[in-house]
Design a protein around this ligand. Structure first.
Ligand SMILES: O=C(O)CCC(=O)C(=O)O
Length: 282
């Protein structure tokens, strides 16, 4: 069954947690606007992590992957390294489906995006122990110019403790104020972006590792430059990503916005089966 037909939680796995509210929303917005990201926010519990890890194992072993928008058992261009990367888990797994309705995440997204939030798509990034591959420096909006205006937001949630050793995400503070950079291969050369930076940007390129505990997450602006290095540890580094848009974002193409879904003609708002409104869902 295609779970994208269900625009509310199916299970009771994600009930509101108090821990998230410990962080001041005002302070978060200030830091987000200044740096282009915020990190270390407690988002999901141990039970929820366990359920998502189990669901992820099943997705990696799945025989039928038709409902995924993208499914890459290994997206790395380095044959000695591996990166599992898939878009669309919310259509297949109850745990991934219900995660998109998790109130603490939506409330923070509303705060940072400045209005009602709609779902764009999800992603999972898995770097196995020892041979996990890089995610090259990029700005998310370089993948999303087929949607306008720029009113997008990314939430990254760790299913493992992540640090520099196992290839945590790293952010370049202030880069959300830069121009849109061309995009290269996602899981290839870390340094590819440098040829597009001016001298001032090269000087300001001082990435901050988002070291976090499992269950913590970060939010970043669609123009913030970020990436992650190899996993050289003996632990996995699994991350779930939720990508949001502010309600009202429109299609900028007459091609399908995601593989396998009907066209939303240019100029029309993203809505319907594949783009549920998340604000006001209890
Ligand atoms: O998990 C990673 O290393 C990359 C994540 C990413 O590119 C994103 O959250 O937009």
């Amino acid at each position: 069954m295609d779970l994208s037909l269900q625009h509310e939680p199916i299970s009771d796995l994600f009930s509101v947690s108090d821990s998230f509210r410990a962080i001041g929303a005002e302070d978060a917005k200030e830091r987000f606007e200044s740096d282009g990201f915020i990190t270390g926010i407690s988002l999901i519990s141990k039970e929820q992590i366990a359920a998502l890890r189990k669901a992820l194992d099943e997705l990696i072993d799945a025989e039928n992957v038709d409902l995924f928008y993208e499914y890459n058992l290994n997206e790395s261009t380095d044959e000695n390294r591996r990166l599992f990367h898939a878009l669309g888990a919310w259509r297949i797994s109850t745990a991934f489906h219900d995660l998109i309705f998790h109130r603490p995440i939506i409330e923070m997204a509303e705060n940072l995006i400045g209005g009602p939030v709609r779902f764009w798509h999800d992603q999972v990034f898995v770097k196995p122990p020892h041979d996990g591959a890089v995610v090259a420096w990029h700005q998310d909006y370089s993948y999303w110019t087929r949607t306008v205006p720029l009113a997008h937001l990314t939430c990254w949630i760790g299913l493992d403790d992540s640090n520099e050793e196992n290839g945590c995400v790293q952010y370049v503070p202030g880069s959300h104020r830069w121009h849109l950079l061309p995009r290269g291969e996602l899981a290839s050369d870390m340094t590819a972006v440098f040829k597009h930076l001016n001298a001032e940007q090269k000087d300001a390129f001082v990435p901050v590792p988002a070291e976090m505990k499992a269950g913590e997450g970060s939010f970043h602006h669609p123009m913030t430059v970020h990436g992650s290095f190899e996993n050289n540890s003996d632990r996995p580094r699994r991350g779930v990503v939720l990508n949001f848009i502010r309600d009202g974002v429109r299609s900028n193409t007459n091609e399908p916005l995601l593989n396998g879904i009907p066209v939303i003609p240019m100029g029309q708002k993203l809505e319907g089966q594949f783009f549920p409104l998340l604000s006001n869902v209890q």
